[in-house]
Design a protein around this ligand. Sequence first.
Ligand SMILES: [Zn+2]
Ligand SMILES: [Zn+2]
Length: 215
Amino acid sequence: MLKIKQFAFGPLGVNTFVVYDSGTLDAIVVDPGMTSQTEYATFDKYISDNGLKVQQIVNTHLHMDHCFGDNYVRDKYGVKVAAHVDDAFLGKTMARQAAQFGLQVTDNRAVSIDVPLSDGDEIPVGQYTFKVIHVPGHSPGGLALYCAEGNIMIAGDTLFRGSIGRADLPGGDMQELLDSVSKKMFTLPDSTDVLPGHGGPTKIGTEKATNPFFN
Ligand SMILES: [Zn+2]
Ligand SMILES: [Zn+2]
């Protein structure tokens, strides 16, 4: 079975997802946002309690809150970081982003991309497959991850329950963001569960019908 464990980590409450196949125990970590030893321990305990085999880190985008834990997970589990290269400039400025927001974090080292992802790429998680959808607008390299068998999409900061992401951060573009949601995400089945980068879940059909940016 496809399983997704959601944590809210760091001062900005980013959703970190451990996505795994409960049959094979293969796992990917989406947006590791841990910023303290306590959060590292919480994460590690979940991985070890469930006997998961961490295969890869995948970032929906490289805003600091979504990748504060990248280097920790990469070092601890010996895995690679996959993200879109159009966000590489953000990974280089982790320390500056943290300072601008006045955040104290355990690790603000730069994040580099080992595995460049593009629209249409496929990420295996055990017997399941997540399709990479490039959704620029919130950041230039924004990605959503869609699993048809699991009827679920991980949305990053592009689409939230009743809202959309900011377009006023470096490289953001409001028209691109609106197009990414309406022309890409909204072509998925209405029943698709949506897991945003912050806050609770929603569905494609709910957002099509009620999201104030599209109604
Ligand atoms: Zn963001
Ligand atoms: Zn965020």
